[in-house]
Design a protein around this ligand. Structure first.
Ligand code: PEP
Length: 251
C-alpha cells in the first residue's frame, strides 16, 4: 500500500509569526510519522515557508493555485515557473472556492494542471459536487465531468497528478462525507483513472471536507482514500499532527 499524503490547505490564513510557530510545532511533533505531508500556503508566505522547511524532508511546500498562463501581462497571477523558484512541490488547482469565487471552469483548471506538470509541480486537482448536485443524484456525473477535463488535457502524464475529492457541501461546514459516501466516489474516480492510464495505481486520491482529528482514521482506512486535503484542522498543530498520525497508521 502506498504512503498516505496529508496536505494542509491554509487558505487565506496566517502571519509571519503564526506560520513560524505552527510549522515549528508540526515539525517538533512529527517524529516517526510514516506519511507524505505538504502545506499549501498563501503565495505571500512561500519564501518564508521555504526557509522554515529547509533541511528537513518530511513536509513539502505547496501553493493554493497556479496561473493557467505561462508568462506576461496577467496582473496578480503567479506562474508555475515562479512557484518552482521557491521549491514548490504541489499546487492545488480547481479548489471549489476558486471555481465558485473566481469562476474557474473545468477547462481553466485543466490548463492550470498542465502548467504545473510542465514545471515539475504535482497538481492536486480538486473535484466535488455541490449539495444541490448530490440531492439531484448528480454526484457521479459532476465529478466524472471535472476529472474528464483534466484527463483530456493531461492524458499523457495523468499518472503524475494527485486528485482530491472534496464535496463542496463538506468544505468548512463541519459536515463530513461518511466514509462510505467518500469511498463510493473515490471508487468512481479510481475506475475513471484506471481507464485513462495503466499507471493509475500511482495516483493518490485524497478526501477533503471537514476532515479532523476525530474522523480521519475512519476515512483514511477506506480502500480508495489515499490521504486527506485538510483546511481548518491544518491550522492547529495538534489536529494536523493527529491526522498525520492517522495517515501513518493506515499506510
Ligand atoms: C479545503 O479547503 O480544502 C478543506 C477541505 O477545508 P476544511 O477541511 O476546512 O473543510
Amino acid at each position: 500500500m502506498k504512503q498516505k499524503l496529508i496536505a494542509g490547505n491554509w487558505k487565506m490564513n496566517g502571519s509571519l509569526a503564526a506560520n513560524a510557530s505552527l510549522l515549528q510545532a508540526v515539525l517538533d511533533g512529527s517524529k516517526g510519522m510514516n506519511c507524505h505531508v505538504a502545506v499549501c500556503v498563501p503565495s505571500a508566505y512561500l519564501a518564508q515557508v521555504q526557509v522554515l522547511l529547509a533541511g528537513q524532508s518530511l513536509i513539502a511546500l505547496g501553493s493554493q493555485d497556479v496561473s493557467a498562463q505561462e508568462v506576461g501581462a496577467f496582473t496578480g497571477e503567479i506562474s508555475a515557473g515562479m512557484l518552482k523558484d521557491f521549491a514548490v512541490r504541489y499546487a492545488i488547482v480547481g479548489h471549489s472556492e476558486r471555481r465558485q469565487y473566481h469562476a474557474e471552469t473545468d477547462a481553466t483548471v485543466a490548463l492550470k494542471a498542465q502548467r504545473a506538470l510542465s514545471a515539475g509541480i504535482t497538481p492536486i486537482v480538486c473535484v466535488g459536487e455541490t449539495l444541490a448536485d448530490r440531492q439531484a443524484g448528480q454526484t457521479e456525473e459532476v465529478v466524472r465531468r471535472q476529472l474528464a477535463a483534466i484527463i483530456h488535457t493531461n492524458g499523457h502524464c495523468i499518472s503524475e497528478i494527485v486528485v482530491a475529492y472534496e464535496p463542496v457541501w463538506a468544505i468548512g461546514t463541519g459536515l463530513t462525507a461518511t466514509p462510505e459516501q467518500a469511498q463510493e466516489v473515490h471508487a468512481v474516480l479510481r475506475a475513471q483513472l484506471k481507464a485513462a492510464t495503466s499507471n493509475s495505481d500511482r495516483i493518490s486520491i485524497l478526501y477533503g471536507g471537514s476532515m479532523n482529528a476525530a474522523n480521519a482514521a475512519q476515512l483514511l482506512a477506506q480502500a480508495d482514500i489515499d490521504g486527506g486535503l485538510i483546511g481548518g484542522a491544518a491550522l492547529k498543530s495538534t489536529d494536523f499532527l493527529a491526522i498525520m498520525a492517522a495517515g501513518s497508521k493506515t499506510a
